[in-house]
Design a protein around this ligand. Structure first.
Ligand code: XIL
Length: 341
């Protein structure tokens, strides 16, 4: 159909979504056709993370990942692997490593095996994910603690060797914020100066309805593009938060955004539906303005029912962050984004 996201934006950037096993194996017909019609790029939400694909030293489990790339091939999708080196969702055997040598051995084995297996199938890899602290310094992950900054260069060089034709990305959240952005710029320069190939940087884009940092996003798109790398929005969603929310206040995050959508319960200027529509419209206006720098915009999930924001950082809430609701009905935000073109 001519009025779908991927069609309407085809000359600007790819429009992606994150997929889990459920969407690939047992998607209902409505979700399945929504995926194929609206999106032309897919990212593995969980199935290529180390704890899933490499549960033990000498055991890999490629079942779900193989199905992911097969699904993408059949539907003619741009495919992104996520993620090779990350401090989170690691299996016990990695967390238990205490020597630099063993960790280097793990990285070598993991990257050559996983990136190698999909070298002719994937279009891009999030090689390293979330290596930075909010102040722009490097996170004290197991990788940094045992190997120092060199692990970044090693990861990209190993990925390049295993998958020479796949684009290689650095991906993080809040890296549109000035201090973290500076750290991210330094990280990219470090890779470039060490002769490692980095093709793009991902700004995850887990923002909040009514609080989208538009200026910082624009400054970051420009600053990253000036380094000669592609810019991507890789995990876009707009969380709906309760009134008076403070960053660390997890209990207040128990906003139950139910289908009745009480328009004022979250302290937003008007209804959640309208706030989301305005934010998404302004975001896509900004992305369009920089369509020469942005290569892909990926949403973190297909519809609200499948969004991680229903169970993170705590389970049991009902969030409303994406363009399609639980019944796959397009929201006002969707229509606004389509109408921009
Ligand atoms: C999230 C998934 O969406 C959840 O299903 C999982 O339980 C935890 O991870 N940044 C990332 C993603 O890079 O890998 C995370 O995905 C969301 C935050």
């Amino acid at each position: 159909p001519a009025n779908t996201l991927s069609q309407v934006y085809r000359d600007d950037f790819l429009i992606g979504t994150a997929l889990n096993v459920q969407q690939i194996n047992e998607a209902d017909a409505s979700t399945d056709s929504l995926i194929r019609q609206q999106f032309n790029a897919i990212t593995a939400e969980n199935i290529m993370k180390v704890e899933v694909i490499h549960p033990e030293w000498d055991r890999f489990d490629f079942d779900a990942a193989d199905r992911f790339v097969e699904y993408g091939r059949k539907s003619n999708m741009h495919m992104v692997g996520h993620t090779l080196i990350w401090h989170s969702q690691l299996p016990p055997f990695v967390k238990q490593i205490t020597s630099a040598d063993s960790l280097r051995q793990f990285m070598q084995h993991h990257i050559s095996t996983v990136a190698g297996r999909y070298a002719d199938k994937l279009d891009g890899w999030d090689v390293v994910n979330e290596a930075l602290n909010e102040d722009g310094s490097l996170r004290q992950s197991i990788f940094y603690n045992l190997l120092g900054t060199q692990y970044l260069v090693d990861a990209f060089k190993l990925a390049e060797r295993a998958a020479p034709n796949v684009e290689l990305y650095y991906n993080d959240y809040n890296n549109e914020q000035p201090a973290k952005r500076e750290g991210c710029i330094a990280l990219i320069k470090q890779l470039q100066e060490a002769g490692a190939r980095i093709d793009g940087v991902g700004i995850q884009g887990h923002w909040h309805a009514g609080r989208v940092p538009f200026d910082e996003i624009e400054e970051s798109i420009e600053a990253y593009a000036a380094l000669g790398v592609k810019v991507m929005i890789t995990e876009l969603d707009l969380e709906v938060l309760p009134r008076n929310f403070r960053g660390a206040d997890v209990n207040r995050r128990m906003a139950v955004v139910d289908s009745t959508l009480n328009p004022y319960a979250w302290g937003l200027p008007d209804s959640v539906e309208q706030q989301l529509a305005r934010d998404y419209e302004a975001l896509f206006e900004l992305f369009l303005k920089h369509n020469d720098k942005i290569s892909r915009v990926t949403f973190w999930g297909v519809n609200d029912g499948q969004s991680w924001l229903n169970y993170w950082p705590i389970a049991g809430r009902t969030n409303y962050p994406l363009l399609f609701d639980r019944n796959n009905r397009p929201k006002e935000a969707f229509h606004k984004i389509i109408a921009l073109k």
